[in-house]
Structure formats: C-alpha cells, structure tokens
Design a protein around this ligand. Sequence first.
Ligand SMILES: O=c1ccn([C@H]2C[C@H](O)[C@@H](COP(=O)(O)OP(=O)(O)OP(=O)(O)O)O2)c(=O)[nH]1
Length: 338
Amino acid sequence: MVQETGVLPDHEIEVLVAEGAIRSDLALEAGQVQPASLDLRLAQDAYRLRASFLPGKDRTVAEMLQEPGVHMHRIDLTDKGAVLETGCVYLVPLQEHLRLPAGISARANPKSSTGRIDVFTRLVTNRGRAFDDVPTGYSGPLYLEVSPRTFPIMVRPGDRLAQVRFKRKRPDALKERVVSIDLEPPEGQPAGYRAKLHSGVVDLRGIGAHEAGQFWEPVYPRHGRIVLNPEDFYILVSRETVKVAPMEAAEMAPIAPELGEFRAHYAGFFDPGFGVNKGGSRAVLEVRSRDVPFILEHGQPVAKLIYEPMAAKPSGLYGGKGSNYQGQGLKLSKHFAL
Ligand SMILES: O=c1ccn([C@H]2C[C@H](O)[C@@H](COP(=O)(O)OP(=O)(O)OP(=O)(O)O)O2)c(=O)[nH]1
C-alpha cells in the first residue's frame, strides 16, 4: 500500500525515472536503484576548487565556477581516470539530473563505502543554500563535492560515491535509537582500525584489491578505552545491533552538539532490511576527533539513528545480491582484503 508520506522505495524511484523526474546521460545501471535510494554516478570531469562553496539563491553552479578564482583547474576523468588528492576539494558534475515533481524532495549522503575510506562528499545544486538537501520542484543538474581526507582516490566516470533518497511530503520520524561504541572486542581481536597516513591510492574500482595492512592498523583498547588522536581517522563499530524493518529507512545523525568535539559518521543512510538477518548487523562508525585528543569509552553514546517510514515496501531489501555489509561486525570498506 502506498502511503501519503515517506521515503520512496525502489519501484517508485523507477517510476520517477520513467516519468523523466530523474534523467541521466546514460541509462541507469544494474544495482543503481537500491531499496530506498539511487546511487549517483560521476560524469566526465572534475573541477579542483580553491575552496568549497554554496551557490546561494541567485546563482547556478556553472555561473559560480566561471567566477574568477573559484576553480583552479579542470581534470578529465575519461581516459584512465584521475587521482583526487587528499586535502583538496573537487566538484564533479554527476550524470543524473532532476526535475522533481511537487511534493517530492531529495536528500543525499555519501555511500557507506565512501565514508569508510574517509572521503567526504556533499551534494550541491543550482541556487542551493544547503548541502545535500534538494527542495521539492528542483529542476537542474547535480554536482558532488568530493574531498578525500586520508587516502588519495582513483576515480573514473560512472563511479558511485554518493546516494540520494527521495521523500514524499515530510515524513515524521518514527523513532530514534542511540548508537554507542563497542570497545570490548573478543579476546585478542581489535576494536577497530586506524588509518595509516601516506599509505597509497585507493582505487574505487579495486574491490578487495588493497591489502588492509598497508592502509590500516588495528586498534586495541585498554580497559575499554582508546584515545582518539585528532589527526587520525578510525573505523569502529556499534555496541548495539541495528535493525531496519522493511517499512523503515534510517539515517545516522549526530547525537547532540554538546557531546564533544568529535564526529562519528560521514555516511548516514541505513537501508530497509539492514540487520534483518540472523545475528543482526552492527553499525560501522567513521570516527574522527576534532582539534583535541579525546578519550572514548566502551558504551559511550556517539550517534543516533533516526527512523522514517517508507512510502511503500521496497521490492528488494538490503541483504540481497550485491549488499556488502549485511551481517557485518567490524568491517573495513569493500576495497580492502584482510
Ligand atoms: O555509516 C554507516 C552507513 C551505513 N552502514 C550500513 C547500513 C547500510 O544499509 C549499509 C550499506 O550502505 P550503503 O548502501 O551506503 O553502502 P554501499 O557502499 O553501497 O554498500 P553496498 O554495496 O553493500 O550497498 O551499510 C553502516 O554500517 N555505517
């Protein structure tokens, strides 16, 4: 049954494609429509920006890019791809364009695999005054701001770094669940991983092709505690198992600004069906401390999951073919082999 309000499932996203509300230069690929989101694909070039920007209510992104000093150079991704460097901000046009009907808005997030390699992405739209939110009625192109933080990344046209959810009206949250950190792993096992700096390029097409030990070192807590070094990026795991029912979609959000100077996630969408499996699935958390060293303790709340209703049940749920993180415990991104 289709609800008045809620997050659109795969089959309703396909209707948006058929009706021209989602258009793209090339036909959609298999797996691009997920249970409650659409993966967005990089187009053919990338602009190295001097600094991140929002166009503001009177300008398109293309107009902004033409202003003096906004971008430093254009990089062609089409030949052998290109390496995006750490510490730099890039803007990449996406293959997908939107012409949203009244009552449908969209919201983007990095994909989990993107967040897990410490690549920060945000969606930018014409006349946009906020990142990642696309208002109802938006008609125009989409751009992705990409900034690799720890590892340089090799990208090519068609790579899918971010995803977008579509919402009918403004669904009220169904519930919230606090997510806390697990720093008491089984005997002899790490509680997480810390990224090694200056370790090499991560090729986004290289699934399982990178030796984990070259890029990560295991983290072993003492007495259920670790100290986050402000320069470093950590992959940790939730103490709770997370479950998202077929008629729900969840998004991870900061728990409260007063919680301290660290952030516990970059990639926030949890699909319908996630964790609905024997044994459950943990949330993988991307953690970074800002400015000061920070003591993290077992069971400390670090984020919350906000659950929203689906507008209808998806035809496919998370955990089917092509899902990389169902049933996960502590897990690095799919690019690494342990
Ligand atoms: O910070 C996060 C974000 C997501 N997830 C889980 C829930 C989500 O349902 C699943 C897959 O997320 P996403 O679709 O963003 O990842 P992906 O990179 O596309 O992986 P897959 O290929 O498995 O879809 O990973 C986490 O554990 N931590």
